[in-house]
Design a protein around this ligand. Structure first.
Ligand code: ZN
Length: 410
């Protein structure tokens, strides 16, 4: 039985737990040490630290304090790890905390976080997803049930000071191009009271918090990559920047579609993760690794029939864009939502399905000027009914009696 090296109590604030932090900084002290070859368990809060409740009121999603996120468990030190090594992390297993056998998906208000389709869904909405072993379904989204592809949305090692400075300078420069944008172009260090620096206290804490990177984007170390395939059974190779590596993780997802398009995002959960670590000395250099690489799990849900929606880089107003994959994927998603509405789903329910179910997103073409082509692959077997086009359809299988709760902006 593997030891649990970091425990979390969901009835206590993560701010009181010294093995939790919500910023990236090389001075965050390593509290737990392991040897290469060890396997062990780590418990995690959900990414918001318990701000979202299992009810039918989306005001908690509307009012979520994003300065608090993401609550990560760590940093974990691996003895002998040095800058330039690769830290090998095998994800042996993942599960939900017993006392929280459910997860949530939310659309943030455009004024507080936004999301991929925030212009189309500008107000806060929330769906609750119940877990039945390896499956999930939602009282707010009828007609679908699917197997989870559980994964950590966020995992990586602490940066060194040079890397942190590089992140801060390039992200500040981006924000400076449009400082008043809503939502902002990037989340910069804020040093606020909810910057949780683990065991770091006093003046050293305040100094580090004022320059510590937010956990929002993926960066060179991995971080908030939100890759659904980095799941139970996969093996990841992380760049190491400091002595001991300082591995942290959190933001567990029961399931997620490619792109995590609703931003809050996947099916968010609190849980535990069982991992095994080892080292490849000087592996960054010898393999030419700058960003993490990984091998996928030998086990994935067997959904191999899809309805695939195409999108091109022409925006909703008909504007032509040059090989813009972001716009092309947005059009593929919007096309899938319009299609699902013909079966009785609300737009919000369709959006939540694309954010949470194991949908695939592909960059299909990036050379055929002027249009990029992206595709969204919707698995047909997750639906209780036949989703495919035919001469007699579409039929309204969903009767509209339930929808995803919405909290209007104040
Ligand atoms: Zn997440």
């Amino acid at each position: 039985m593997a030891d649990t090296l970091i425990s979390v109590n969901l009835s206590e604030s993560p701010l009181t737990n010294e093995n939790i932090h919500n910023r990236w900084h090389p001075d965050i002290p390593i509290g737990v040490w392991v040897e290469p070859g060890d396997d062990f368990k780590i418990e995690t809060y959900d990414w918001t630290g318990g701000q979202i409740a299992n009810n039918n009121d989306a005001s908690d999603v509307r009012d979520v304090e994003l300065e608090q996120v993401h609550y990560l468990s760590g940093p974990i030190g691996v003895k002998g790890a040095e800058a330039g090594d690769l830290l090998v992390v095998e994800i042996l297993d993942i599960g939900a905390k017993e006392e929280m056998n459910w997860g949530f998906n939310g659309f943030f208000s455009k004024k507080n976080g936004g999301g991929f389709l925030t212009e189309h869904f500008p107000e806060a909405q929330k769906s609750i997803w119940d877990f039945e072993g390896m499956f999930t379904k939602s009282r707010h989204v009828p007609g679908v049930r699917y197997a989870g592809l559980i994964h950590p949305g966020l995992i990586g090692c602490l940066p060194d000071k040079d890397m942190l400075d590089m992140w801060n300078s390039r992200e500040s420069a981006l924000v400076a191009t449009d400082p008043d944008r809503v939502p902002p172009l990037a989340a910069l260090p804020d040093g606020g009271p909810t910057a949780h620096m683990g065991r770091l206290k006093g003046e050293a804490r305040d100094q580090a918090a004022s320059e510590a990177a937010r956990t929002v984007p993926p960066r060179e170390h991995g971080g908030n990559c939100d890759i659904k395939d980095l799941s139970r059974g996969s093996k990841v190779f992380f760049p190491v920047y400091i002595d001991g590596a300082g591995l942290s993780m959190g933001d567990l997802h029961f399931s997620q579609g490619d792109g995590e398009i609703t931003f809050c995002g996947a099916i968010e959960m609190a849980g535990w993760i069982h991992i095994k670590v080892s080292l490849i000395k000087d592996g960054m250099n010898s393999y030419g690794v700058k960003n993490p690489i990984f091998q996928p799990s030998p086990m994935t849900p067997k959904y191999d029939d899809y309805l695939i929606f195409e999108g091109i880089s022409v925006d909703e107003q008909g504007g032509q864009h040059y090989l813009d994959v972001h716009i092309a994927y947005r059009q593929a998603c919007l096309n899938a939502i319009e299609y699902l509405k013909k079966f009785g789903y609300s737009g919000a329910q369709a959006y939540a399905i694309l954010g949470t179910a194991p949908v695939q997103g592909h960059i299909s073409g990036v050379v055929d000027i002027p249009n990029a082509c992206a595709t969204l692959w919707l698995p047909t077997d997750i639906f209780d009914f036949d989703l495919k086009p035919g001469v007699d359809g579409p039929k309204k299988y969903i009767d509209g009696s339930v929808d995803i709760p919405l909290a209007p902006d104040l």
